[in-house]
Design a protein around this ligand. Structure first.
Ligand code: PGA
Length: 256
C-alpha cells in the first residue's frame, strides 16, 4: 500500500489562545475537504492551545488532527510543570512530537527520554513523531548517517515490530531548522532512506515500507514539491511556514 503523506505543523512556542483559534480557523476555512482523502494533516500547537484548536476543527467537522509538542511519560504525580499522556489523550491528540532538536539541545532531552516518551505514547495509542537529525558540525564531519541512525536505534530500543509500525519519524537536520537553509532533496532523501533501512534492519521490511518518514527544516511552499517527490520522504514537519495559513495550505496542496 502506498504511504499517505503527513503534513504536520509545529507551532513551537507561538500563539496565545486567541491567536491559535484564528490560525486554526483560517486553516480550516481554506482546507479543501477532498485534499484530506490524499494527505493527512495535523497541527501541533502549544499545550494551552490544544483544546481550543481541537474545538475549532471539531466544530467545522474537518479531519485535521491535533498533536502535542512534548509530553512526560509518567502517568501522574509530583512532576511540577509536566503534562501527562492521559491529559493530551483526553483532549483528543492523535500525535505527539518527541525528541525535537530544540528539546534535545535547549532542554537536555536524551535518547533514553525520547525512547520512554515514544513507548508510553504508543501504549496510549497516540502516534509519536520521533525527531532525529544532526548538527552542522556532525554534517561537516561526514558522520551524519551514523549519527542519525544511532538516534533511530536508541529511540526504538525495546519496541517490537507492532510498536514500531505505530510511529512516524521526522528527519530534521539541525542546520536547516529555522535557518532558511533547507536540505536539498538529495541530502534529505539520503538520510530518510538510511532511516528506513535502519527500521527495516530492526523490525523487518514490512514495517519499514509502511513507516512514514517526514522531512523538516525550512520546508515551505516553494521547496515542498521537490522534497516530497523523493521516494523516502512521506511528508513534512513544518515550523515557520505552519504559522501562516497561506503557506501551510500551499504545502498541504503540494503533498496531495
Ligand atoms: P522550520 O522548523 O520549518 O521553521 O525550520 C521545523 C521544525 O523545527 O520542526
Amino acid at each position: 500500500m502506498p504511504r499517505k503523506n503527513l503534513i504536520a505543523g509545529n507551532w513551537k512556542m507561538n500563539s496565545t489562545i486567541p491567536e491559535a483559534v484564528v490560525l486554526a480557523q483560517e486553516i480550516s476555512n481554506r482546507m479543501e475537504r477532498d485534499w484530506l482523502e490524499l494527505v493527512d494533516v495535523a497541527v501541533c500547537p502549544p499545550f494551552v492551545d490544544l483544546k481550543p484548536v481541537k474545538s475549532v476543527f471539531e466544530f467545522d467537522r474537518v479531519d485535521i488532527a491535533v498533536g502535542a509538542q512534548n509530553v512526560y511519560w509518567e502517568p501522574k504525580g509530583a512532576f511540577t510543570g509536566e503534562i501527562s499522556i492521559a491529559m493530551i489523550k483526553n483532549i483528543g491528540c492523535a500525535f505527539c512530537i518527541v525528541g525535537h532538536s530544540e528539546r534535545r539541545n535547549l532542554f537536555g532531552e536524551t535518547n533514553e527520554e525520547v525512547n520512554l516518551k515514544a513507548r508510553a505514547l504508543i501504549e496510549a495509542d497516540i502516534t509519536p513523531i520521533i525527531c532525529v537529525g544532526e548538527s552542522l558540525s556532525v554534517r561537516d564531519g561526514g558522520t551524519y548517517l551514523d549519527f542519525v541512525t544511532a538516534q533511530v536505534r536508541a529511540a526504538y530500543a525495546g519496541m517490537d515490530a507492532a510498536d514500531a509500525a505505530r510511529t512516524v519519524v521526522a528527519y530534521e537536520p539541525v542546520w536547516a531548522i529555522g535557518t532558511g537553509r533547507t536540505a536539498t532533496p538529495e541530502q534529505a532523501e539520503e538520510v530518510c532512506a538510511a532511516i528506513r533501512a535502519t527500521v527495516s534492519d530492526m523490525f523487518g521490511a514490512e514495517v519499514a515500507e509502511s513507516l512514514r518518514v517526514l522531512y523538516g527544516g525550512s520546508m515551505n511552499e516553494g521547496n515542498a514539491a521537490l522534497l516530497l517527490a523523493e521516494p523516502d520522504i512521506d511528508g513534512g514537519l513544518i515550523g515557520g511556514a505552519a504559522l501562516k495559513a497561506d503557506s501551510f495550505i500551499q504545502i498541504v496542496k503540494e503533498a496531495c
